[in-house]
Write a protein that binds this ligand. Structure first.
Ligand SMILES: NC(=O)c1ccc[n+]([C@@H]2O[C@H](COP(=O)([O-])OP(=O)(O)OC[C@H]3O[C@@H](n4cnc5c(N)ncnc54)[C@H](O)[C@@H]3O)[C@@H](O)[C@H]2O)c1
Length: 264
């Protein structure tokens, strides 16, 4: 299957992380230009160099420093993207945080707030800014939000993260409903265990609290149906499909991308 993305400009938040690199790869290989937005310029430079090393043209990749908890940068980051490529057609909201593992009784207010400020409010403000700009140029577009299977099945000791991803799933429905009249399609993906820095941090935290072994976890945390961890590019390909014209009849959905481990 080939989904042409020629002339499309894709903004990817959390742009330096592995999930973003896999997603950028999926879009770049179909001819899109990508803008990677994230907290640290050095890591954005590294992500860009990584993609260039894979053979993609440097001119097709732009980077912009931003912080989802500093709402002024939500505007400037789209200004940067437009300066680079003139427009943005597709927004992929990947940036997210998981602070750690703790019981509800022990959860600190600042951890709850940061989780929701990044995962929910930041994602919503990025989407609103993007849509404002699409409306201004009378253009349609698409948004893909990265939620998690944690939105559907609750994982132990991460109530803030679970709830934030459930909020993303629900917000995706509101966005799809309200922005459909403007030709803007919105969907979400709910990945299982993807081989990234965040997953590694979760494994380390799990070992610290409950014991266990990293090698064993790498073998068993992936969907049993797959028998391994999910790779970022595999999620990226589904994101690319949902952002494409071919997915115009899929709206407001939260698609599980965990090899059938979550059966809804
Ligand atoms: N790895 C998994 O198994 C998994 C599973 C389901 C969902 N997810 C979701 O996928 C997304 C990417 O996850 P990952 O595993 O690559 O995580 P990661 O921690 O490796 O990457 C997250 C990215 O978000 C960025 N970010 C964090 N706070 C930010 C802020 N305030 N402003 C801008 N950017 C910020 C980070 O700099 C980083 O680049 C997250 O939304 C995560 O919740 C991951």
């Amino acid at each position: 299957m080939s989904i042409s993305m020629k002339d499309r400009v894709v903004y990817i938040s959390g742009g330096s992380c592995m999930m973003a690199r896999g997603t950028a790869t999926a879009f770049l290989e179909e001819g899109a230009s990508v803008v990677l937005g994230d907290l640290r310029q050095d890591l954005l430079d590294e992500a860009k160099a990584d993609l260039v090393q894979k053979g993609f043209l440097s001119e097709k990749i732009s980077t912009t420093q931003m912080n989802l908890t500093d709402l002024a940068t939500v505007k400037t980051t789209f200004d940067d993207a437009e300066k680079a490529f003139g427009k943005v057609d597709i927004l992929v909201n990947i940036a997210g945080v998981i602070i750690g593992y703790y019981k509800l009784d022990d959860m600190r207010e600042e951890d709850w707030d940061l989780t929701f400020n990044v995962n929910v409010k930041g994602l919503m403000e990025m989407s609103r800014e993007f849509v404002k700009r699409l409306k201004a140029r009378n253009a349609g577009g698409s948004i893909v939000n990265v939620a998690s299977n944690a939105a559907k099945v609750c994982f132990a000791d991460m109530a803030d993260y679970n709830a934030s991803k459930a909020a993303v799933m629900n917000l995706t429905q509101s966005m799809a409903l309200e922005w459909a009249p403007y030709g803007i399609n919105v969907n979400a993906v709910c990945p299982g265990a993807v081989d990234t820095a965040m997953l590694r941090k979760c494994m380390e935290e799990s070992i610290r609290l409950y014991g266990g072994d990293m090698e064993e976890m790498r073998k068993t945390w992936g969907p049993p149906q797959l028998g391994r961890l999910i790779q970022p590019y595999e999620v990226g390909r589904v994101i690319r499909f949902l952002a494409s014209e071919d997915a115009v009849i899929i709206r407001g959905q939260a698609i599980s991308v965990d090899a059938g481990n979550t059966r809804f």
